[in-house]
Design a protein around this ligand. Structure first.
Ligand SMILES: [Zn+2]
Length: 555
């Protein structure tokens, strides 16, 4: 086994502008990454599903590794862990499920016409004759001067949304064009935002009209959870007001609008205007009575730190998730565990090596915290729980740097940036990449909203500047085979192995590109940990307001 020595050379150099920054260099060993990945993806860990024996074993392993690396516990009560109580729900067979329209009762078939779930721990999800209101894209974005609600009272109503953001389908020259990042999806376009906003409006139900182009996948993906859902356990005052949330098939939506005397296509156009107001779907109401199985599952985040020597209360944070998909039906090779070797054992391996390289050097000025989150695959829940119950205050968290899926197809001439235009960490990425002789390539399908689909997002929502490495966000320009080879790797991984039993380490893995990316994000964190810099959101970012209103330093 060839082992490269780990080097971290840090030197204080005068920065071109006003402040001294530490120019650090983090160097990572591919063999050690492989060792961690092979261990975590082995059958011993049973696919690392939250709340299982696989979780106990995973926690034990992660803690032992952090201890061996000489890190300190950073969980609650002086330990390594943070308890994360999760709510798990599953809808049973509906006792009642129908729309009442002026033309009579419209029967509705679950999974064909409608897809529903709940994040409330009620024994029965009940909506009795609630009126439907179409809210267009349902966006309330003060920084863009946009409010689809216009003060309408939506309490106790079922709100109907379009997916994506208001400029998604706009033609050039329309007033809305470019107001929501053009092709790039803003958070307002995500279905998670729609449900959160519906709850803020006090609605009892929220239904999104399915559109494959708008959401990025077909109806089969919408219905695949089979009525199951997860959330963090919330106190009664923080529970969602939504008894039911979900999707309408395009066909069902068409019929519903028609029954209210509305033309869906015309409403879609009307929803692109800033003057749009909620439209009552006259005479249409929703009735549902569905039994809910619900249980609480206790899972855990793991938190470790390298304490800062001069400003320990200022925190540079790394994050990756330990959970994967547990046990499933055997694949062609008889494998039952969906062990997430790449997603995200490789991200954890990267964090261990960054920690090792940092520990080999003098203690940083700021603290460096490593968060290994649970239940990312259930909806970013471990990180969401942490962000609701932070061990280190958000306004003193300098940045959150995430690793979630790295390409395993070899060295690249570039690094892929997720969330272009969001914050100044992308400038750091470009600067450090240039030192590596690489360039930055923006993600290839920004309309898919990948920026909102990993744990760093739980921090972005609270205003913490974030940077994410996500190997499936865009084709890397590989040294062997260029962008075509990078795309072929993504197609093969997402087409066959993503969230499946075949997400396993393979002898064909070439981690040279992953090493470059980990060295890059390791270096960015090492520099931040030895500087006074506070990364900032850029103008137009939907997260700038939260940070600006907090007590976090502006510079
Ligand atoms: Zn992941």
């Amino acid at each position: 086994m060839k082992t490269r020595r780990l080097i971290l050379a840090a030197a204080l150099v005068a920065a071109p502008l006003h402040t001294a920054v530490a120019q650090a260099q983090i160097s990572i060993d591919a063999e050690r990454l492989t060792e961690t990945v092979r261990t975590l993806a082995s059958d011993t860990f049973e696919g690392r599903a939250p709340g299982t024996r696989g979780e106990d074993r995973t926690l034990g392993y992660l803690i032992a590794r952090f201890e061996a690396l000489g890190l300190e516990p950073a969980g609650t009560d002086g330990g390594w862990l943070q308890k994360v109580p999760l709510l798990h729900t599953r809808l049973g067979t509906p006792a009642r499920l129908a729309f009442d329209a002026p033309s009579g009762v419209m029967p509705v078939q679950s999974a064909k016409d409608i897809y529903l779930s709940t994040i409330r721990p009620d024994d029965t999800a009940r909506i009795a004759g609630a009126p439907l209101v179409f809210v267009g894209y349902g966006v309330k974005a003060s920084e863009r001067g946009w409010d689809d609600f216009k003060g309408a009272d939506l309490k106790g109503k079922v709100v109907v949304f379009l997916i994506n953001d208001p400029d998604f389908a706009a033609k050039p020259g329309e007033p809305v064009a470019g107001k929501f990042g053009d092709r790039t999806m803003t958070y307002y376009g995500r279905w998670t935002y729609k449900f959160e906003e519906a709850a803020r409006q006090g609605a009892i139900g929220a239904l999104i009209v399915h559109n494959a182009a708008g959401v990025g996948y077909g109806w089969n993906v919408i219905i695949s959870p089979g009525g199951e859902n997860y959330d963090i356990v919330r106190t009664p005052d923080k529970l969602s007001s939504l008894a039911l949330q979900g999707w309408l098939s395009a066909d069902m939506a068409q019929r519903l609008f028609a029954s209210a005397g509305l033309d869906l296509a015309a409403q879609e156009i009307a929803a692109r205007a800033p003057g749009f107001r909620p439209v009552e779907m006259k005479g249409v109401t929703f009735d549902a009575e569905i039994p809910v199985n619900h249980e609480t599952v206790t899972s855990h985040n793991v938190l470790a730190k390298i304490p800062g020597k001069t400003r320990p209360d200022e925190v540079v944070m790394y994050g990756a998730h330990w959970d994967a998909y547990g046990e499933g039906t055997p694949d062609a090779q008889g494998r039952i565990y969906r062990a997430g070797a790449n997603d995200d054992a490789l991200g954890i391996a990267g964090m261990f090596e960054i920690a090792r390289a940092m520990k080999a050097q003098a203690a940083p000025d700021r603290s460096v915290v490593f968060g290994v989150w649970t239940a990312e695959e259930r909806g970013l829940l471990g990180s969401e729980y942490y962000a609701n119950n932070p061990v280190f205050p958000m306004e003193r968290t300098v940045a959150n740097l995430g690793l979630d899926i790295l390409q395993t197809a070899g060295a690249a001439n570039d690094v892929v940036l997720v969330g272009k235009g969001q914050n100044t960490l992308e400038d750091d990425m470009a600067r450090v990449a240039a030192r590596q002789g690489r360039t930055v390539t923006p993600e290839s399908l920004p309309e898919r909203g990948l920026f909102y689909r990993a744990d760093h997002f739980s921090f972005a929502k609270r205003g913490v500047p974030v940077l994410l490495l996500m190997g499936i966000a865009g084709a890397a320009n590989l040294k062997q085979g260029g962008s075509a080879a990078g795309q072929a790797w993504i197609d093969a991984y997402t087409g066959q192995c993503y969230h499946q039993a075949c997400d396993q380490w393979g002898a064909d893995w070439n981690l040279d590109g992953a090493v470059q990316d980990i060295e890059l994000i390791g270096t960015i964190g090492a520099e931040l940990a030895n500087s006074n810099t506070w990364p900032q959101w850029k103008a137009g970012s939907e997260f700038k307001g939260v940070r600006d209103q907090s007590s976090a330093p502006k510079q």
